[in-house]
Design a protein. Structure first.
Length: 131
C-alpha cells in the first residue's frame, strides 16, 4: 500500500477522534473557553513527541506505521488552525485576558507535553534495551 494511503487512513481516524473528543469536552465543559481545542492540541503534542522520539530510537516502528500515526493521525487530530481562529475570535471580542491565557496555555502546554512524550519514549527505549 502506498505511503499516502497510510497517511490518509491516519488522518481520517485522527479527524474523527478530534471531532468526537471535542464534542464530548464541549458538552462537559461548555463553550465559554476553547478548552476542547486546548486539550486536543496538548494531548496531540504529547502523542507526537512520544511517537517520533520512540520511532527514531528503535527499529520496531516501520516507516508506514510512523507515517500513519504522526503525519496521519496526529495531523488529523491536532487543531492549530482552529486554535488560531479561536484566538482571533477572542481578540475580536476584546477578551484580551482569555486570549492571552489561551495562547500561553496552548503553546506552553503543548511544548511541555511534547517534552513529556520525549522523556516517556526515552525511558521505554531504555527499558527495552535492558530486556
Amino acid at each position: 500500500m502506498p505511503l499516502a494511503l497510510y497517511v490518509a487512513l491516519g488522518s481520517a481516524v485522527g479527524g474523527v477522534s478530534r471531532f468526537a473528543l471535542g464534542g464530548l469536552l464541549q458538552r462537559l465543559v461548555g463553550t465559554g473557553f476553547p478548552f476542547a481545542t486546548l486539550v486536543i492540541n496538548v494531548t496531540g503534542s504529547a502523542l507526537i513527541g512520544f511517537l517520533l522520539r520512540y520511532a527514531v530510537s528503535t527499529p520496531a516502528v516501520r516507516p508506514e506505521l510512523r507515517a500513519l500515526l504522526t503525519v496521519g493521525f496526529c495531523g488529523g487530530y491536532t487543531t492549530f488552525s482552529t486554535f488560531s481562529y479561536e484566538t482571533l475570535a477572542l481578540l475580536e471580542d476584546a477578551d484580551w485576558r482569555r486570549a492571552t491565557l489561551y495562547v500561553l496555555a496552548s503553546v506552553l502546554g503543548s511544548l511541555l507535553a511534547t517534552f513529556a512524550g520525549f522523556v516517556l519514549a526515552r525511558e521505554i527505549v531504555a527499558l527495552r534495551a535492558r530486556w
